[in-house]
Design a protein around this ligand. Structure first.
Ligand code: UT7
Length: 330
């Protein structure tokens, strides 16, 4: 017997960014860089930095509570919690379990997901499957990062790019034909060396040597990641659209991963989209990795940028390498 899949959509969003603002001018005092270089090469003006007392789960909890309030649901209604993060509180237990306890989601299954900056899109897709087939009714998908703890504050190639924050969404069954219309995910492990945190895992456990060689910090080949980003995001959007018989003309708002304004503008141009149809907040938060899309989506909704029946595309790329897009009808 064939079971009809349910339509699943985002029914609540929320985000939280730490209070402390770190400007490009502050960075000028820390490494050999300038506000002018950072603004013109990345579009970033400032980013948020977590306090010493905050860990990824603290940011995730604040974003989650806002999304539950927005969705008007109680924590006990949540069946599934997925936290996409690269900067979890600890290697284990999962940040998702810490969130589950702290928000009082006593009935939820909880796990973390690691797909770098594409983690939130991967998480949405997993939650969507469970809800579509009726296994679960309500899911909470979160992107939460404290990259300031895994950045080398002596390395100008990376420390100027990232910021801290968290975004969360609640997913439930929605009116037929609306919600998530399609998802397209991909991975290319041949690019694993391009963006990584080498030590602290089973390959290179912590030692005096790994610390002395600064291997507990993010290393990247920015130029190669840049090339991959522009190519993969365009292809991913096109593949996602074609799965549901839509074209770029149908896009009302593109919410791309906020890594670099030049990447965003290049993707918009290749898709033939004017920048009015593209959401940008990289200037205020920098790259918040897995949190970037849910923060941007929350802000876009708050600013009234998404109307009923609009077609919205979330698209990301990240370490792995990974990429993915979600096509949504509000
Ligand atoms: O979300 C996934 C993670 N995101 C990424 O991995 C970022 C993707 N890549 C990018 O956004 C860009 O490639 C960057 C912003 C990282 C770099 O921009 P670029 O236009 O590709 O610059 P570049 O790497 O070609 O570097 C140009 C120059 C270099 O100097 P030389 O070798 O030409 O003398 C760098 O050393 O800029 C230098 N540079 C800096 N100068 C001042 C690199 N970082 C800085 C800095 N301040 N912070």
């Amino acid at each position: 017997m064939e079971t009809k899949l349910k339509s699943v959509g985002i029914v609540g969003t929320g985000f939280y960014v730490p209070e402390k603002v770190l400007t490009n001018f502050d960075l000028e005092k820390m490494v050999d860089t300038t506000d002018e270089w950072i603004r013109t090469r990345t579009g970033i003006k400032e980013r948020r930095i977590a306090s010493d007392k905050e860990a990824a789960s603290d940011l995730a909890i604040k974003a989650s509570n806002k999304s539950l309030e927005d969705a008007k649901i109680y924590p006990a209604e949540i069946d599934l919690i997925i936290v996409a993060t690269l900067s979890s509180d600890m290697l284990f237990p999962s940040t998702a379990c810490l969130v589950q306890k702290n928000i009082g989601a006593v009935n939820a299954v909880a796990f973390d997901l690691e797909a770098a900056c594409s983690g939130f899109i991967y998480g949405l897709s997993i939650a969507q499957q469970y809800l579509q087939n009726g296994t679960y009714k309500t899911a909470l998908v979160i992107g939460a990062e404290i990259f300031s703890r895994i950045l080398d504050w002596q390395d100008r190639n990376t420390c100027v790019l990232f910021g801290d924050g968290a975004g969360a969404v609640v997913l439930k069954e929605v009116e037929e034909g609306s919600g998530i219309l399609s998802t397209y995910l991909g991975a290319d492990g041949s690019g694993a060396d391009l963006l990584r945190l080498p030590a602290g895992g089973s390959r290179l456990p912590p030692s005096h040597e790994t610390i002395n060689r600064r291997l507990h910090y993010i290393k990247t080949n920015g130029r190669e990641v840049y090339k991959f980003a522009t190519k993969s995001m365009v292809e991913t959007v096109m593949k996602g659209l074609s799965r549901v018989g839509l074209s770029t003309k149908n896009i009302d708002l593109l919410i791309p991963h906020q890594a670099n304004i030049r990447i965003i503008e290049c993707v918009a141009e290749k898709l033939g989209l004017p920048m009015e149809k593209v959401f940008v907040n990289v200037d205020r938060y920098g790259n918040t990795s897995a949190a970037s899309i849910p923060i941007a989506l929350s802000e876009a909704l708050q600013q009234g940028r998404i109307k009923k029946n609009d077609i919205v595309i979330l698209v990301s790329f990240g370490a792995g390498l990974t990429y993915g897009a979600t096509i949504i009808k509000r």
